[in-house]
Design a protein around this ligand. Structure first.
Ligand SMILES: Cc1cc2nc3c(=O)[nH]c(=O)nc-3n(C[C@H](O)[C@H](O)[C@H](O)COP(=O)(O)O)c2cc1C
Length: 211
């Protein structure tokens, strides 16, 4: 009898976990519920790096494109960082200590763009290494730069400060950050999930480019 109860309890817990997971996954596809009034002046690029298999930052990049248009430009290391999370972290920590960060693939010229949205997963409180290297190649002088990011719970405390330092001749607008995935969620394959996150993106776009 006890065994049957234990099996039933385990099945119930698994069912609840599966339902939560499916709901969380579905949340990635829920559309914004508020209208976007943002009109971005000039030609727009959305340059971003997204590392984890969940692709949190890529999702925010696509939401930005959906609402204000523009060209997506993926920033990619020549060799991807390894998954799962503990291997990514171990590899990135070694590169951080040694200062030997893996190079990135060449990206298209940004000469024709006026506004560059710049997206990154937050690593150690700031931009991930591929974005750091991207800014070394592209200091974005004379452009309007709009930072956005996803993080695992620690926010983006140094990202905007570091973008301003790396792009001294750019106009840097107030950025956006969303809770992406923490270690556990990365293992479960979940990320920027709450259905209100796309609304948060729209609210932010309206705030900086709204008419
Ligand atoms: C090397 C590394 C460092 C990280 N550092 C932080 C951090 O300082 N603060 C934080 O909140 N999340 C941190 N994270 C978690 C990521 O920012 C988070 O999972 C993000 O949403 C991943 O985005 P992506 O799916 O676009 O790669 C780190 C992740 C990695 C792999």
């Amino acid at each position: 009898m006890t065994k049957i109860l234990i099996v039933l309890a385990v099945l119930l817990a698994a069912g609840v976990a599966a339902a939560v997971w499916l709901r969380v996954r579905a949340g990635r596809d829920v559309s914004a519920t508020i209208p976007c009034t943002a009109k971005v002046p000039g030609k727009v690029a959305i340059a971003y790096y997204s590392q984890s298999k969940v692709q949190n930052t890529a999702l925010v990049a696509k939401w930005i494109q959906k609402h204000v248009g523009g060209d997506l430009i993926a920033i990619e290391p020549t060799e991807p960082y390894p998954e799962p999370y503990f291997r990514t972290l171990a590899t990135a920590t070694l590169e951080r200590k040694s200062g030997k960060k893996r190079p990135i693939k060449p990206t298209p010229s940004l000469a024709a763009y006026d506004v560059v949205f710049l997206g990154t997963p937050i690593w150690y409180g700031t931009y991930a290494f591929p974005v750091e290297l991207f800014l070394k190649d592209n200091p974005l002088a004379g452009k309007t730069v709009v930072p956005f990011s996803t993080h695992g719970g620690g926010g983006a405390p140094l990202y905007e400060r570091d973008v301003k330092a790396a792009c001294p001749a750019a106009k840097v607008l107030p950025g956006f950050t969303a809770r992406g995935s923490n270690q556990v969620e990365r293992r479960l394959g979940t990320g920027v999930t709450a259905h209100h996150t796309e609304d948060d993106v729209v609210r932010w776009l309206n705030g900086i480019f709204g008419e």
